[in-house]
Design a protein around this ligand. Structure first.
Ligand SMILES: [Zn+2]
Length: 745
């Protein structure tokens, strides 16, 4: 009999002497001597096993414990149990100290050194992010126990708590940012700034005495608010009405028609430097932009993930037509338009000083299927891209698709768009994200039907030959029987979904309870309510699942049919299982998640467990096209992210169109039309930026040599997933992926 050591690697021979010593110590601590009967029982342990049997240290200790409980005095058994506990505790402490030392000593960046849920949104490694890392494993244990208890309470006698753990351990599902905190928090939220305008940030920080009254106090408070709200959730905080709110304070300082006086001097003869109204507004914007890129202590030194949106005239009208400021006035389009244009230009210019990450910006444009309604904004969008601006574009023929604000109350609409990275609505978001590992799920399914009568009946019905050996469906056969597999798959998927909805309900029920107890500051302050947040079904591993079925990842009918089948099934079920209760609604949406770290995890887990994974990748793809091959044109990528597929995803998926150079305004205008025609409603162009590591000159494009000092020591910035960040900060695996990414020209 062999014994497996705790590090899971070494095996050693069973050593009776070691056990007798430990047990004797337990006896000695009670002033007793080990009895002969106990020794004989201990000697019998190996005789009950074969020579090749492998037992864990824990198993043997359990046996010893049970022998002592039966045969030794109570005090001795207790002493042995305490001795085990004490050792367990010191092992945990030692293991954590070792990890902290390893983290500090390693030259890897913070993302690579992270044990779990790594994130490239942290540029410096220090005690603050190490502190966040140390407890992640404990956080996960607490979160899982809490979920298990709640599931068993809500659904007694169904063993759902155990099933939840099993699904997580089998890597069929993944709960996002599960380990980031031991407490319950919603995932991400697009809030309204109305409470800030009414009361100031004081209603959630308990300090600030009044609402802002000028540009500077607004900019300070909204920056504080970003940090406060980010401490109340795990992911992004979005301000869809940032410009509307800012305008209120510009008016307070410079009057209603401020936008006609931008170049007027606003300083007096006592100022040493003269500044215009434009300068004063820009100063406020800069305060916010630089502010939100600061590392947050409560987020392990990550900057808070922040979004703002620009709306064209029609979106603005749809969202804010009935909006009134606290003083009873209304925002004017000319003012918002001016602020948005100033901000776009400013972001573009600041990124040439420092390629900052936040806020993630989105331009929302309305069309009527034939043309974009606001031609000026279409032009502006193309022009900004051509000048090197980097932002998302969301376009839709339904201006209410972004609205979940108090006015429109339209969140029940199928078109409501709410993505966890590019949130561009108001009063929406996600309270929890559980992602399905579709590659593993489809392979589990194929394994499960091999010997099923129903499957063979389908095959016979279509006059196909029966598999040679049903226990070993080979790859050729999987491709041959693909249609049959796909016909039967939705039923299997729905069974998993049914469980996941209940996992979501358990989590959200706990959030509702917490909200009722006044524990969620964002709700207390009136910024967002739990009922507005979706429970999100994420998907990942879909291109790998398609490859497993022998499909080519390109703009072809069969592959699109596959995506529609999977995403369409999820969409239908989301609708069917949503609970539209007015007090405590449970609404589900779906999103092809970016999977910054998860793409790597799913890939590695599946590979280790013997599932088929593409050998020429090191992580799972998070686009509908393959970003690592040359054969998909920009047009095909837009088609793959077009209406056929994207209409099945309420949370969307951003197409990242990787280019190695900027296009002209005319080219971007054409691509905007392609996006509209194809129904590619959410996308961005991703052109790497370069920073010379010697003279710190920044160029808006990927370069090999610095034009100023001719150094070849260049760092790149590009969108890892939704957000722009320095490649040097990416995890090791993501850096490999960056090298394989194809950038077009
Ligand atoms: Zn240089």
């Amino acid at each position: 009999m062999k014994v497996k050591k705790r590090n899971n690697k070494q095996l050693e021979e069973f050593n009776l002497a070691k056990i007798i010593t430990a047990v004797s110590k337990a006896y000695a601590s009670c002033n007793e001597k080990i009895s002969k009967i106990v020794i004989r029982e201990l000697e019998l342990i190996p005789t009950r096993h074969n020579d090749d049997d492998v037992l864990k240290v824990e198993d043997i200790q359990n046996k010893v414990e049970s022998i002592l409980m039966h045969l030794a005095p109570y005090d001795v058994a207790k002493s042995y149990i305490l001795y085990r506990e004490k050792h367990k505790e010191s092992r945990l402490v030692k293991e954590r100290i070792d990890y902290m030392n390893k983290y500090s000593n390693s030259s890897d960046n913070a993302s690579t050194s992270s044990e779990t849920d790594s994130n490239a949104n942290v540029s410096l490694k220090n005690v603050a992010n190490l502190e966040g890392e140390v407890y992640k494993t404990t956080n996960r244990i607490i979160q899982r126990q809490r979920m298990k208890d709640k599931l068993n309470e809500l659904y007694p006698n169904e063993n759902l708590g155990e099933q939840y753990l099993e699904d997580l351990n089998n890597h069929i599902i993944y709960v996002h940012d599960e380990a980031s905190t031991p407490v319950l928090k919603p995932y991400c939220m697009a809030v309204t700034l109305y409470p800030l305008m009414m009361d100031g940030v004081g209603n959630i920080d308990g300090v600030t005495p009044s609402a802002p009254n000028d540009i500077s106090s607004f900019s300070g408070q909204v920056t504080n608010l970003t940090f406060l709200l980010s401490s109340q959730c795990k992911g992004a905080v979005a301000f869809g009405d940032y410009f509307v709110a800012l305008n209120y304070y510009v008016i307070k300082e410079f009057g209603e028609l401020w936008y006609e006086k931008l170049d007027c001097i606003s300083t007096s003869e006592h100022h040493l430097v003269n500044r215009t109204i434009r300068d004063a507004i820009e100063k406020g914007m800069k305060q916010f932009i630089w502010g939100v890129n600061q590392p947050a202590g409560n987020r392990s030194y990550n900057s808070p993930f922040t979004n703002v949106s620009w709306y064209d005239k029609y979106y603005f009208k749809s969202l804010f037509e009935d909006f009134y400021y606290p003083d009873g006035t209304q925002p004017k389009w000319e003012a918002i338009d001016t602020l948005q244009r100033m901000f776009m230009k400013l972001m573009r210019e600041i990124r040439l000083i420092k390629p900052i990450t936040f806020p993630v910006t989105t331009m929302a444009l309305v069309h009527n299927d034939k043309e974009y309604l606001d031609k000026d904004y279409k032009e502006l969008c193309a022009e900004e891209w051509a000048k090197g601006g980097s932002f998302f574009c969301y376009n839709s023929n339904n201006p209410s698709s972004l609205a979940s604000c108090c006015r429109v109350l339209n969140e029940m609409s199928d078109n409501t768009f709410s993505s966890t990275t590019g949130m561009t609505g108001i009063m929406t978001g996600s309270c929890n994200v559980i992602t399905l590992n579709l590659n593993r799920i489809i392979q589990d399914f194929v394994n499960s039907i091999k010997d099923q009568f129903e499957f063979h009946k389908e095959i016979l019905k279509d006059n196909l030959p029966l598999p040679k050996n049903p226990d070993d469906l080979d790859y050729k056969e999987i491709v041959l029987y693909r249609n049959q597999i796909m016909k039967l798959f939705p039923k299997y998927l729905v069974n998993i979904l049914k469980r996941v909805y209940r996992y979501h309900i358990a989590y959200k029920t706990m959030l509702y309870d917490l909200e009722d107890k006044g524990m969620l500051a964002a709700s207390n302050g009136g910024y967002i309510y739990m009922k507005k947040l979706y429970s999100t079904i994420g998907v990942l591993g879909y291109t790998e699942a398609a490859q497993f079925l022998g499909l080519e990842i390109s703009n072809n009918k069969e592959y699109k049919k596959f995506l529609q089948l999977i995403l369409g099934t999820i969409k239908e079920e989301n609708k069917a299982y949503s609970i539209r209760n007015s007090k405590r609604p449970f609404l589900f949406n779906s999103e092809a998640v970016p999977g910054e770290g998860l793409g790597v995890k799913f890939y590695n887990w599946d590979k280790q467990d013997g599932y088929k994974v593409p050998e020429d990748q090191n992580l799972y793809n998070c686009y509908f096209y393959n970003p690592w091959v040359d054969n998909t044109s920009i047009l095909d990528k837009m088609k793959l992210h077009g209406k056929d597929v994207s209409k099945a995803l309420s949370g969307g998926q951003a197409a990242h169109l990787n280019l190695d150079t900027h296009l002209s305004k005319e080219q971007y205008l054409k691509l905007l039309d392609v996006a509209k025609n194809e129904g590619c409603n959410y996308f961005t162009f991703n052109i790497p930026m370069s920073e010379c590591n010697d003279c710190h000159h920044i160029v808006n494009a990927p370069i090999k040599e610095c034009p100023v000092c001719h150094s070849n020591n260049i760092s790149y910035y590009t969108r890892i997933i939704g957000y722009l960040v320095k490649v040097d900060n990416w995890s090791k695996d993501r850096q490999i992926e960056f090298k394989q990414r194809k950038f077009y020209h």
